[in-house]
Design a protein around this ligand. Structure first.
Ligand SMILES: [Zn+2]
Length: 126
């Protein structure tokens, strides 16, 4: 089982196959979001009363240290967490904060692996 941790506090963000975030969109709606831990799977769970819309710019916040997970060193639309695989190897996982934009990047010392139908969008910024 892969583990996902916060790059700021190194707290554990995943339980089984879901990663837990505090989120807030650009209209001020906030919610707990459970994101699939499978790279390239964009399914997520939230309270059905939370009206996030496609195209919303969603801020992802660590539920442990409350730090913003922005990856502004690459682009204002991207967020970053750390994945630890079964062998203990760490990769940076970069994903889009724009709802409906499907791109995820796994970056380690060997290079970049890109996932999702929109993966070309930010490849030249990484
Ligand atoms: Zn944290």
């Amino acid at each position: 089982m892969k583990d996902y941790i916060c790059p700021k506090c190194r707290g554990h963000l995943s339980i089984d196959n879901e990663i837990i975030f505090l989120t807030k969109n650009n209209k001020g709606d906030s919610a707990i979001v459970l994101l699939s831990a499978e790279l390239g799977d964009y399914s997520f769970r939230k309270n059905p009363k939370v009206d996030f819309q496609s195209g919303d710019h969603v801020n992802f916040i660590c539920p442990i240290c409350y730090e913003n997970l922005n990856a502004e060193e690459y682009d204002d639309n991207l967020a970053k967490i750390i994945m630890i695989d079964d062998s203990g190897k760490e990769s940076n996982i970069i994903f889009s904060k724009v709802l409906g934009e499907k791109c995820t990047y796994s970056i380690d010392n060997k290079g970049i692996e890109a996932f999702g139908k929109d993966k070309d969008t930010y490849l030249n910024k990484l």
